[in-house]
Design a protein around this ligand. Structure first.
Ligand code: FPP
Length: 248
């Protein structure tokens, strides 16, 4: 059962004081979208890439300040070589095509994920995009590419050891400070498209208290109104962070 039930209405206004600061999206369903049209899986990913700009614009319109997109997981290397190749090339070409527009709109781009395994051509583009947009603050766009949540925590632990932090001084704040999202708010809302109900190693530290929203819509079809429904569902939840509801 997914979460996009009809009690949510795309024409209903959002409460502008309760917009989630940080939203993560697990973009799933490109393959099913393509299969339904008799197209290759790579064509599905191309359609998925075309969907990035409208969703980003909608995120800006709704006042989301931090958006993290799960574009390529450490587990995705096990897909057929041609599909992996297509995803890596798509990543390069979307940066080439979109960077000017993103920079002009005040978007700060960040790469989350391991560098090992990625080609220089892609790393150069990611580095240049980060450098060029580092002072922007309208919206931070994290691209999780070659990303795994557990690997990120392992890497943060290694940094703490490298920095000589004694075991008894390790705190949650110190671990957060060594993650790729250091300085950013934790995730408030995780959206997953295509009906799955798994976190799939996505931001497992930062999503500890996030609300989770699953929609049956496939990623290439996910648009502004779908994002609005997800935000409405978020606003209808009571967040307790392990405590009890406030009694007035
Ligand atoms: C899941 O669909 C999607 C992916 C593994 C990749 C998501 C990537 C994009 C939307 C484009 C890449 C973005 C950038 C920034 C380069 P799936 O193939 O698992 O679909 P299925 O479950 O229907 O087979």
């Amino acid at each position: 059962m997914t979460d996009d039930s009809p009690r949510h209405d795309a024409s209903r206004a959002l409460d502008s004081t309760r917009i989630p600061a940080h939203v993560g999206i697990i973009m799933d369903g490109n393959g099913r979208w393509a299969q339904a049209r008799g197209l290759s899986r790579s064509a599905g990913h191309r359609a998925g890439v075309e969907n990035l700009r409208p969703v980003l614009e909608a995120a800006g319109e709704f006042g989301i300040r931090f958006l993290t997109l799960y574009a390529f997981s450490t587990e995705n290397w096990s897909r057929p070589a041609a599909e992996v190749r297509a995803l890596l090339l798509l990543a390069q070409s979307v940066i080439d095509r979109e960077l000017d527009g993103l920079a002009q709109r005040g978007v700060r781009l960040r790469h989350l994920g391991r560098r090992e395994g990625l080609e220089q051509a892609l790393l150069r583009r990611l580095d240049a995009a980060e450098e060029r947009t580092r002072d922007n603050d309208a919206l931070t766009l994290n691209i999780a590419f070659n990303y795994g949540g557990r690997a990120e925590i392992v890497d943060a632990s290694r940094l703490l050891v490298r920095d000589g932090v004694p075991a008894h001084e390790i705190t949650e704040e110190l671990i957060s400070s060594r993650l790729a999202t250091a300085g950013q708010p934790d995730l408030d809302l995780v959206i997953r498209t295509a009906g799955e109900m798994r976190l799939s190693n996505f931001m497992i530290w930062q999503a500890a208290y996030a609300e989770y929203y699953s929609t049956s819509t496939l990623w290439p079809d996910f648009g502004r109104d779908d994002l609005l429904l997800a935000l409405q569902a978020y606003q209808s939840r009571r967040r307790r962070f392990g405590g009890l509801d406030q009694v007035s």
